[in-house]
Design a binder for this molecule. Structure first.
Ligand code: DX5
Ligand code: ZN
Length: 229
């Protein structure tokens, strides 16, 4: 995985057909997805449950791009090796998920994955100050994690601008997760983000049998950012 700041659209399979993940992933990749975002929820750290390492491992072989695994679980550390073995390229843990995020990030890199750090909307950006040399990606949540299809929280724009300045020349991706649409995407791109996660805005209107809307939806997000001056 090489580093760049080009725009990357990462469809979240939380909005895909759960009975057909393999075909859904192949369809969105064929329609222009840059990464595939995989939302793991434990019904404890967030009020929703999705899936665990065996499913992540099963879908890995359908992903040709980057498997971006977002862990919304607490604790994280006991599961890092399992998700690394499942083939995660990026493994992202929440700063709020436990008392030892520094140790967690070390363990993620130690397991051979790129280390991601996610921040809930209420978490101040200063919290990452002493972690910048340990992370490959910072995920700014623009909804409260747990569900797709929620409304974008605009107060996070200033947070991303501040984060972009803090990062400077460090090779750290800024990822935005939640409520991304062609209306909100350019706000975050302008603020300094390079990875935009989008679930409902990518999968709406399409299906494996009729994947063209996925492509149109991805292009609409991409084009909205192209028009930035
Ligand atoms: C929310 C998840 C997101 C979610 C995004 O907890 O982390 O990845 O699927 O969905 P949309 O794009 O519909 O807000
Ligand atoms: Zn996510």
């Amino acid at each position: 995985m090489s580093f760049d700041r080009n725009l990357k659209i990462a469809p979240s399979i939380l909005s895909a057909d759960f009975a057909n993940f393999g075909a859904e992933i192949e369809a969105v990749e064929a329609q222009g997805a840059d990464w595939i975002h995989v939302d793991v929820m434990d019904g404890h750290f967030v009020p929703n449950l999705t899936f665990g390492p065996p499913l992540v491992k099963a879908i890995r072989k359908h992903i040709k791009t980057v498997m971006d695994v977002h862990l919304m679980i607490a604790p994280v550390d006991p599961y890092i090796d399992a998700f690394a073995d499942a083939g995660a390229d990026v493994l992202t843990a929440h700063l709020e998920a436990g008392p030892h995020i520094h140790r967690t990030l070390q363990a993620i890199r130690g397991a051979g994955c790129k280390a991601g750090l996610a921040l809930n909307p209420g978490t101040p950006i200063d919290a990452v100050d002493h972690l910048l040399d340990m992370v490959d990606l910072i995920c700014v949540m623009t909804v409260n994690p747990g569900f797709g299809g929620q409304k974008f929280i605009h107060s996070q724009i200033a947070k991303v601008e501040k984060l972009r300045a803090m990062i400077g020349d460090r090779p750290i991706h800024i990822e935005i997760d939640g409520g991304i649409t062609p209306e909100t995407a350019p706000l975050m791109r302008a603020a300094g983000a390079d990875v935009l996660v989008a679930g409902s805005a990518v999968f709406k209107g399409g299906s494996v049998a009729d994947p063209a809307p996925y492509g149109a939806n991805i292009r609409a997000i991409r084009t909205s950012c192209d028009t930035l001056v």
